[in-house]
Design a protein. Structure first.
Length: 699
């Protein structure tokens, strides 16, 4: 019997649909024909053991039975890592165990990423499966993609390094979260828990640094002299000109007025240079998840998590788009052959007019096999199942138009530049005049909507031609502070650390590879910081709270430095590529943890208990509606004993939430009136709320 183990039920059902044979649904599995079965996990069904498992039995306990936090036990370094079955997954583990006993081979059907690889591999490891194992790599869940993947199964061992990188990430998060949260909390005089996370903390530091830079910013007045010779031309700044400061601004108003007055008095300007050339702009590349989140944040006001939720629904539920958690904006060249079929599907999905004008033979820069990473860019599949919520439909529209633009000609414009001389000073005028909309027609742009260069009429000129200066003036301007972070710009900063790093040497090293977190985790990191009260939303903006600032200022720079954390992410990539072993990576993390614990011992911090602000972390869901507060009809929270409220996800799935401690639970799979799996702390976060509460209640 061949046994497929999927990451989640929906993925399992999607695979079973296209396997041969009649389908018979069992308890936790689907029988497909005589000799094939599909079963599934519910995300991670095994989890790392807690620190209490590794510490001595004689450690004093709290009234709730949890071991007290003490420096005597730090650092907590497992000699042999142990995982345990999640309580609400034990029934499904029993199903998988029984099926493995009958299996002759297994197919790992985790999501096509490092976490999906580990998620199924650890089940096989914990249940001691020793038989042959294959891997199915599903970039999309439409029929054509699934059938193609089923026909090209690989040896699961080929993905061992990918599995090791996920294990390395999990252990690093555990080692840092468990040890350093304890260490700095024990040195905290503010009575709050000092929550430390490998990626969470430097991400928070990015926002704190931006907010403080804005608050300390002092606007500077500067001036821009202009002349009008039938069109406006601005003075070409000279660094050696009196009144120009070290940052390249003309800050002397009187000097600016003199320039304008002299030019007006001169009355004539000579054409020093003139160019007019047709230029082309190719369609933007396809979407990585970060780029999609950035665009949807700007155009739709959606949070990063809501965009990910929508993209995941398009991939998993509607089979309408490819795998979303990708960092790549390119497509493999061989996939160009699928364009005709995809375009045909899009024509039936409401894009007939745009498809009609598309040229399926056109091959834009997006098709470049050499630049494709583990996953290609997010594109439509040409298929669609079920009706979409309004927000999901909007995200789908953005993805579709990005793909359609690849089959349109370039946007063509005429770039005009005139350089004039008047009173021995140079004055420059530029304009970009649209010639042909090209791919911009896909977005309804018929002119140069996004161009900062004004389309003022500049006539054809000849070098040496003399023009009349009709007017001259001075524009008074002010320097502006950097913009507050939004979901989109914070995701971009996390993805492209080099853009926010001021150290030039570090900027150069980080430019190509490094970032904070991964495409799969960045949205959840932002939501975690919002939920914990370290960040807050004000409209589209994301701001740091006082608690967030206090936390960042309390910690050593090595824990808040995004450059160091980005390099850890590079090391994880090296593990996935086989250039660094799991053991080497873990050893480096252990040495770092030891150093930070020593730093904690030499420090006293004062961080109060963070409280989530009103609406923190909620934003807009993928349905476009703010998730409201339900009725207090759920079971009691095991921590604060208050009744939980009952809420629903965008898909209509019920869950329980405690308003007191912000914890969330899915209903128990055996009894929906009871609490099941705890969530809200994402699978890459290992600082457990039970530890926080038990510690703060110690005698």
């Amino acid at each position: 019997m061949k046994l497929y183990i999927a990451e989640k039920p929906s993925l399992g059902k999607g695979i079973a649909e296209y396997l041969p044979g009649s389908k018979n649904k069992g308890n936790g599995f689907i029988q497909c024909g005589v000799d094939t079965v599909v079963t599934w996990c519910f995300g991670h069904i095994f989890e790392q053991e807690e620190p209490d498992f590794y510490t001595p039995d004689d450690v004093p306990t709290t009234p709730k039975g949890k071991k007290k936090w003490r420096f005597e036990e730090l650092p907590i370094f497992p000699e042999q890592w142990k995982k345990r079955a999640k309580d609400d997954a034990k029934a499904q583990i029993k199903v998988i165990r029984a099926l493995l006993k009958k299996a002759s081979s297994v197919v790992n059907a985790g999501d096509p990423d490092r976490e999906g690889q580990l998620l199924v591999d650890e089940v096989l490891e914990e249940l001691r499966w020793k038989g042959p194992t294959l891997r199915i790599w599903l970039a999309a869940l439409d029929e054509q993609s699934v059938r193609k993947a089923l026909a090209s199964l690989k040896d699961n061992h080929d993905y061992q390094n990918l599995r090791n990188s996920a294990e390395a990430r999990a252990r690093a998060d555990w080692l840092m979260g468990m040890n350093l949260t304890r260490a700095f909390t024990l040195r905290n005089s503010g009575a709050g828990v000092v929550s430390v996370g490998r990626v969470q903390t430097p991400t928070l530091a990015l926002v704190v640094a931006r907010d403080e830079k804005i608050e300390h910013f002092k606007p500077k007045d500067y001036y821009v002299p202009r002349i009008n010779a039938g069109f406006w031309a601005t003075w070409e700044l000279r660094e050696d000109f009196e009144g120009v400061d070290a940052e390249g601004y003309l800050t002397d108003r009187k000097a600016a007025d003199r320039l304008a007055s002299r030019a007006k008095a001169e009355g004539k300007a000579t054409v020093k240079d003139f160019t007019s050339a047709e230029k082309q702009q190719q369609a933007p590349l396809g979407f990585s998840l970060a780029e999609l989140q950035k665009v949807c944040s700007a155009k739709l006001g959606m949070s990063a998590q809501s965009v990910l939720d929508a993209a995941q629904a398009l991939y998993e539920e509607h089979k309408a788009a490819t795998y979303p958690r990708t960092d790549c904006r390119y497509l493999p060249e061989e996939q160009h052959g699928d364009a005709g079929q995809i375009l045909s599907g899009l024509a039936k999905a409401g894009f007939a007019d745009l498809v009609k004008a598309a040229d399926s033979n056109r091959k834009s820069a997006i098709w470049n096999t050499g630049k494709v990473t583990a996953h290609h860019a997010i594109i439509p599949t040409g298929s669609m199942q079920g009706s979409m919520s309004p927000a999901v439909a909007k995200v789908y529209d953005i993805i579709v138009r990005s793909y359609l633009a690849q089959f349109y000609p370039p946007y063509v414009y005429r770039a005009i530049k005139a350089l004039l001389t008047c009173t021995s000073e140079d004055w420059k005028a530029t304009a970009n005049i649209p010639v042909s909309a090209g791919w911009k027609a896909v977005y309804g742009m018929t002119d140069d909507d996004n161009d900062d260069t004004p389309a003022q009429p500049i006539p054809a000129l000849k070098k040496g031609q003399v023009l009349t200066v009709q007017d001259a003036d001075v524009q008074a301007k002010q320097t502006k502070p950097p913009a507050r972070f939004t979901d989109g710009s914070l995701i971009e900063a996390m993805s492209n650390i080099h853009k926010v790093v001021e150290d030039e040497a570090a900027k150069a090293k980080l430019k190509e590879t490094s970032g904070l977190g991964t495409e799969a985790t960045r949205a959840s990191i932002i939501e975690t910081l919002l939920t914990r009260g370290f960040l807050e939303r004000k409209g589209k903006q994301i701001l740091s709270t006082q608690a967030g600032r206090a936390l960042v200022h309390a910690l050593p720079k090595d824990l808040t430095d995004p450059v160091l954390t980005a390099r850890w992410e590079d090391a994880l990539s090296s593990v996935s590529e086989g250039r660094v072993t799991l053991q080497q990576f873990e050893e480096a993390q252990r040495k770092f943890v030891v150093r930070m614990i020593e730093a904690a011992k030499a420090t006293t911090v004062a961080v109060g208990q963070a409280r989530p602000t009103s609406g923190a972390g909620r934003g807009k869901s993928s349905t476009g509606k703010t998730r409201g507060v339900g009725q207090k009809t759920g079971p009691a929270c095991p921590d604060c004993k208050k009744l939980t409220i009952t809420l629903k996800t965008k898909k209509g799935d019920a869950f329980f939430k405690c308003e007191g401690c912000q914890s969330c639970w899915w209903p128990d799979k055996q009894d929906a009136k009871k609490l099941g799996t705890k969530w809200g702390l994402e699978k890459n976060e290992y600082v457990r709320r039970e530890d926080w509460i038990s510690h703060t209640q110690q005698d």
